[in-house]
Design a protein around this ligand. Sequence first.
Ligand SMILES: Cc1cc2nc3c(=O)[nH]c(=O)nc-3n(C[C@H](O)[C@H](O)[C@H](O)COP(=O)(O)OP(=O)(O)OC[C@H]3O[C@@H](n4cnc5c(N)ncnc54)[C@H](O)[C@@H]3O)c2cc1C
Length: 458
Amino acid sequence: MQKVKMPARDPNIRKKDFKQVNYGYSQCEMLKEAKRCMQCKKPLCIHGCPIGINIPKFIRYLAQNDHKRAAIVLRQKNNLPAVCGRVCQQENQCEKFCILAKRNESVSIGSLERYAADVTAIENSLSSITISKNGIKVAIIGSGPAGLTCGGDLLKMGYDVTVYESLHDAGGVLRYGIPEFRLPKYVLDLELYSLKKLGMKIILNTLIGRTKTVKELFGEEYKALFIATGAGLPVFPKIPGENLNHVYSANEFLVRVHLMHSFNFPHYDTPIYKARNVVVIGGGNTAIDAARTALRLGAESVKVVYRRTENEMPARKEEQVHAKEEGVEFVTLTSPVKFIGNEKRFVKAVECMKIEVGEIDNLGKKYLSKIIGSNYIIETDMVVLALGLNPNPILPSLIEGLIIDNHGHIVTDDSFMTPLPGIFAGGDIVCGTNVIKAMEMGKKAAKAIERYLKKSSK
Ligand SMILES: Cc1cc2nc3c(=O)[nH]c(=O)nc-3n(C[C@H](O)[C@H](O)[C@H](O)COP(=O)(O)OP(=O)(O)OC[C@H]3O[C@@H](n4cnc5c(N)ncnc54)[C@H](O)[C@@H]3O)c2cc1C
């Protein structure tokens, strides 16, 4: 039986608004897809899930149309299932190990996860779970997937958890980076609501290190801290013209649009330039999100310039397909060498060079070299740079005794403990990855925090 395709909105209509692209399975589609699962005796998909969800079990319940039980299985391991069902790179994780993947037709585990989470979201947020509290306080710094997962697991173990967030809204990249058309904010709000009902306190507008120090947190009787401050520091290409007007970092661009609602200017305060011809540099999720966002702001042409081939783009495959359907053009094996401005210092063109792919280098990636004399010009009135993000440096630089590697990551042991007693760290601040890997680190850290607190109370 063939995989049931995730139904999506017409590209010509959806590219003009920020509403969700994928509809989600209907009950009938869900049943058809769930019944494709072979219920393997030795299910490899579980090993492909960084947080170890019992995938065959939740799918078995779905196949019996018992979405309540399916959701219970999911939520045992996952504090953010509706988020993961939408943004996880399933094709490189659980679905890659599905026995049906050999025929390129793995079970759509992500779409089924989304179904089970969505149909139970309201009842889950209204239901109350009784947890016996132990009164021990733990502070989480940063409200992205790593922080929310660590905090959620500690709550379930009985700890008193407070999450501190520097921005005016919680969720980290899930809030300010990933666009509404991929992850509607009501979905995130429902997940946050469930965590708050479990007892999570979320304190916004508080930059730990500046508004409040780590020493002050320990003074407030927190017995352990989990640093999950993420990676929000944009990487720049270090080429001429990167300081021209209308050359944005993807982070600034996406934050202005999605967190500050700049597309609603003048109803909101932070404006954004609405460009006609946009060039996005990069090939990851951030680049594709920026390109599709630019399209929705009214751009007539959006080009994604990437130095490797399309197959090597790190962005989720589904997003690449959706971007192309919407009219985003991929210019591959190409690298920018200069941004050219007009007399008022506004960008008007990107000078690019074609790239030649060579042998595999010692990092396992194909060696790239610029082809001499291949320079050409792409005209543009806005450039968005999506070349990667480095860890947020503020807090690590303010905690004496932390070990920081050359890339700015906090160094921890295998259980995500730093050399400082009671201070743990995880997510992109430790190792830049993705949502589910950040959650995996949050989960492991929660277990380590419990071990540490039990040991130190003896
Ligand atoms: C545009 C974009 C799209 C992406 N798309 C995907 C995708 O489709 N799938 C996927 O798997 N991954 C995706 N990723 C990657 C993924 O979002 C990150 O790996 C993940 O969010 C990391 O989680 P985190 O909890 O470590 O940090 P973050 O999500 O970055 O959260 C960190 C939080 O800490 C707060 N903070 C920072 N410093 C302080 C401080 N001193 N005090 C208090 N709070 C502080 C920040 O404001 C932020 O809210 C995407 C990333 C981007 C940028």
